[in-house]
Design a protein around this ligand. Structure first.
Ligand code: SF4
Length: 374
């Protein structure tokens, strides 16, 4: 099974921490959807296996209208072998999810909803320049549940400047109370092209300490696992049967086709990425010549990717697969470098797999980079 990712590059306003490729000029939306469908049609040959997941990300896909979704689905179902039980996710912002919009989404082939909520505290939401209040987010989840969505994920952010552990606990309690199936939670990252980064560099905000970050991560794991969520990837928690199939595919080396400006694709041997400009992308839609850069991945790069993605998950690295795919030498290199972490109980081997322990999760970046070959 392969996946399709569609990048919808529109947002009503820009959040202070975000560096995704997106713009606020929605006047180009019709032309964009035409271009997206043209790209999808042109690249249909790349799908030589059934499509198991479709993911509308962005940007804010919930800025699209019904006719846009219909046009996109018509194209996808016409040209791609979509599996009957495919997971089809749409990212949505709470302020877009009116009753009418939630009903409309429910009438389309979507069977999974991913909501960018980030916090249940109004002052944090303002600081992040989110467009919704805490209550609006809660109401939006309830509304979508009423319209039949029974596979809802939310995003939560922690480690915000000035965030207390008490406030983080409050956010976690609120998330658990929503009776949703999936939570993705990320520590704030100061990405260079963002307003948050400029605030940091000009000394107007102070990042939380490492101890606080670590404590918040521990709180996240403890609270969500106590509530019955399975911690199946460093930042992802799900109830049994509700792991994100689309994201799991990224971690399991599954092929995917990325459509839309800035979208990345992977075919098992090479990676490619579309032009990061909606103007140029839409222009390509007119002449059918889409700009895409490509890089062939060397054995070593694919090995590094295998380590990075495998160790992020609760399934860990399959050592037999590692040897079969990358050879004895890289297999031994991995185990040699893993040895001291196994001795320190930061990594463990179990039934032919190598995994992070609970303690190892807290320093996973360092462990992964030591196992990678540069
Ligand atoms: S976080 Fe989401 S809603 Fe905010 S600017 Fe980025 S893509 Fe848009």
């Amino acid at each position: 099974m392969a996946g399709i990712y569609l990048h919808i590059p529109f947002c009503k306003s820009r959040c202070t921490y975000c560096d995704f490729y997106t713009g606020i000029n929605e006047s180009q939306m019709d032309a964009f959807v035409d271009a997206l469908c043209t790209e999808a049609a042109l690249r249909r040959e790349e799908a030589n296996e059934p499509i198991g997941t479709i993911y509308f990300g962005g940007g804010t896909p919930s800025r699209l209208h019904r006719n846009h979704f219909e046009q996109i689905f018509d194209t996808l179902y016409r040209y791609y072998p979509i599996a009957p039980a495919a997971e089809i996710t749409v990212e949505a912002n709470p302020d877009d999810l009116t009753d009418a919009y939630a009903e409309m989404l429910g009438s389309l082939p979507f069977n999974r909803l991913s909501m960018g909520i980030q916090s249940f505290d109004n002052s944090e939401l303002q600081f992040l320049n989110r467009r919704h209040t805490a209550q609006e987010a809660i109401d939006a989840v309830r509304r979508c549940q009423q319209w039949g969505f029974d596979n809802i994920s939310i995003d939560l952010m922690y480690g915000l400047p000035g965030q207390s552990t008490a406030l983080w606990q409050h956010n976690l309690e609120q998330a658990v109370a929503l009776n949703i199936q999936h939570i993705s939670s990320y520590h704030l990252i100061y990405e260079e092209r963002t307003r948050m980064y400029r605030l940091l560099k000009t000394g107007r905000i102070t990042p939380v300490s490492e101890e606080t970050s670590r404590e918040m991560f521990a709180m996240l794991i403890d609270r969500l696992t106590a509530a019955g969520f399975i911690h199946y990837e460093i930042s992802s928690f799900a109830r049994e049967g509700f792991f994100s199939r689309h994201n799991s595919a990224y971690w399991k080396d599954v092929k995917y086709i990325g459509l839309g400006p800035s979208a990345h694709s992977y075919n098992g041997k090479s990676r490619s990425w579309n032009v990061r400009s909606i103007v140029r992308y839409n222009k390509s839609g007119e002449n059918g010549l889409f700009e895409r850069e490509q890089e062939q991945l060397s054995l070593q790069e694919r090995y590094n990717e295998f380590i990075l993605t495998g160790l992020r998950t609760m399934w860990g690295i399959d050592l037999q697969k590692l040897k079969g795919r990358f050879g004895e030498e890289l297999h031994d290199y991995c185990l040699e470098n893993a040895r001291r972490y196994i001795d320190q109980r930061l990594l463990q081997t179990e039934k032919g797999t190598l995994k992070l322990t609970r303690e190892g999760i807290f320093i996973s970046d360092g462990i992964m980079s030591d196992l990678m070959r540069v």
